[in-house]
Design a protein. Structure first.
Length: 558
């Protein structure tokens, strides 16, 4: 409970309380936060579909499910169930960030209880986990990835001294992780494998029987697959999830990551990294832990010291090392140079490249090393010395990273409060509210992930109960995009135009043959060339003639 309270206090020291106001949403209308918020808006507006995680109106042919908009599916499902009782509009992302800090502290406290029996040391260790820099860094807009409490929960399950397989907790953790973010699911699954191997093969006797092991693995696997299916993971073909080999290695962790503060350290200078890996590969241990780790190691190998029994921890150490290797990627970088490239090609590379932002996988090693340092010191030294070392190391850690917290506090105040106060939709023409009365769908041509101005066009569509064929998606099927482009190109050229669809041509370098009938209109509104089917078939309000002209008229160029 101390950890949960400390997490809440830290949240409000860094972030403005307005972020937890469900009615304050404008701060989300930029970049990654925009697609998370808009994914939720469309998901809320649609009736329940099958599977329940499906979204039809956001992205149309190229969209898929709530899991691919990073909208924190577990929160989206809960909010949609409560939707009749919630205000409109409603955002839960600030509340989720606050919850993450509370749970980070809670599970940090659970790990602290495994590391030490002495209260003062537990409080210090809990603060170490609460003040995790990667959690705060993800608040730039990756709110699902602030859920490092899932990693701590998995570590606690894998480190606890009891010998049972704990089917229920692992079902809960894996299923919840799948409803938060896929990268956290990868990490949790790796920790689950380490735990299963430990209980079955590395713990002292008696161990779970083969039948218990099969039953445990079967139950956890079936529950996870069912949860993923319901959430919509399998609505995309396999090729949309794998691939992206050009990204693997770009967002990797560096060989210097554990002692590279990047920026914001009070005592250590930042070191060079490969361009693009500044955030994803950040895994700075902190000066306090960099001092405590050698002390812990020396206590293990000092002459005359008792040899520790590391056998039960071999699977966890192996999994942490393997995840770190994947985080480093096949393009091994030291500083701003690639010093080794592992020759991985073809399908193997495409499969591994599913982990495009591979640097995130270093989080297990980061937290594992923290735990190892404090736990070894707590058990290898006398109580007074251990307490002095741990409290001193944590104090040094907090002092070291405090400038980053101060700087990020100002950054968040500007990005989430000051800048949004001046933010407004660029769709200012009187055409847009009039068009929303008569059209149910917006189709951008060409079809693309993140077409120009997708945030405000999608918000316009959501506000007026319309569907739209653009958006931002973590994964999408490019063959589906190609098929959608072929279909809209043929429709614009040969017809018939859908009378319930507004067509927007947005890319200056994309050329379309298009033809319209005598009741169709064309015009340019806020930088978008618009084809409005049957606009003149009935009264449409007072739109100035210079903005919209009657077809057929082929000399109006997009």
């Amino acid at each position: 409970m101390f950890g949960a309270l400390a997490g809440v206090v830290l949240f409000f020291l860094v972030f403005d309380p307005r972020l937890v106001d469900p009615g304050y949403w404008i701060w989300l209308m930029e970049g990654d936060p925009a697609t998370q918020y808009l994914g939720w808006r469309f998901f809320r507006a649609e009736p329940w579909l099958w599977p329940p995680g499906m979204i039809r109106s956001y992205g149309l042919e190229v969209g898929s499910a709530i899991v691919f908009t990073d909208s924190i599916p577990i929160a989206a499902f809960a909010a949609k169930l409560l939707s009749p009782f919630l205000p409109e509009p409603f955002q839960y992302f600030g509340l989720w960030a606050l919850t993450c800090y509370a749970l980070q502290g809670f599970f940090g406290g659970m790990l602290a209880a495994l590391a030490s029996e002495r209260p003062v040391e537990r409080y210090a260790i809990t603060l170490l986990f609460v003040a995790s820099l990667p959690v705060m860094d993800r608040a730039i807009g990756h709110f699902a990835l602030m859920s490092h409490w899932l990693v701590l929960w998995g570590l606690w399950l894998a480190l606890r001294p009891s010998r049972e397989l704990s089917t229920g907790p692992w079902v809960a953790l894996t299923c919840i992780a799948s409803l938060v973010h896929a990268y956290l699911l990868y990490i949790v699954l790796a920790l689950w494998v380490a735990d299963v191997l430990r209980r079955r093969h590395f713990d002292p006797q008696p161990r779970p029987s083969f039948g218990d092991w099969v039953r445990h693995v079967t139950v956890v696997s079936l529950a996870l697959v069912a949860t993923m299916a319901l959430a919509g993971y399998f609505l995309l073909p396999a090729h949309a999830v794998t691939g992206g080999a050009q990204y693997y290695g770009k967002y990797a962790t560096n060989l210097n990551a554990f002692w590279n503060p990047g920026w914001g350290s009070r005592f250590l200078p930042g070191l060079a990294v490969m361009k693009g890996a500044e955030l994803e590969g950040h895994a700075y241990l902190g000066l306090g832990m960099l001092v405590l780790l050698p002390v812990a190691l020396l206590s293990l190998i000092a002459p005359g010291s008792a040899r520790p029994n590391l056998k039960p921890y071999v699977p966890l150490i192996a999994v942490g090392f393997l995840l770190w290797m994947l985080a480093v990627s096949h393009q091994v970088a030291w500083g701003d140079r690639v010093v080794l490239e592992v020759p991985i090609r073809g399908k193997l590379l495409d499969t591994i490249a599913t982990l495009r932002a591979s640097g995130r996988l270093a989080w297990v090693a980061l937290y594992g090393l923290w735990f190892a340092a404090v736990a070894i010191v707590a058990t290898r030294f006398t109580p007074r010395v251990a307490t002095t070392l741990i409290v001193g190391a944590v104090a040094l850690q907090l002092a070291d990273i405090s400038p980053r917290y101060v700087a990020m506090r100002d950054y968040f105040a500007d990005r989430f409060i000051a800048t949004p106060e001046k933010r407004a939709s660029p769709l200012v023409s009187p055409f847009w509210p009039e068009a929303a009365k008569h059209y149910r769908t917006i189709r951008m041509a060409p079809v693309a992930n993140m077409a120009r101005g997708w945030e405000w066009l999608s918000l316009y569509a959501a506000d007026h109960g319309m569907a739209i064929n653009t958006g931002q998606f973590a994964r999408l099927s490019f063959p589906r995009v190609d098929a959608a482009n072929a279909a809209i190109t043929a429709t614009l050229k040969d017809g018939p135009l859908d009378p319930s669809t507004l067509y927007l041509l947005w890319a200056p370098n994309a050329k379309f043959d298009w033809s319209i009938g005598p009741d169709d209109g064309v015009g340019v509104f806020d930088g978008y060339f618009v084809v409005a089917p049957e606009w003149f078939a009935q009264p449409r309000g007072s739109i100035a003639p210079e903005y919209l002209v009657r077809g057929p008229k082929r000399d109006v160029a997009p």
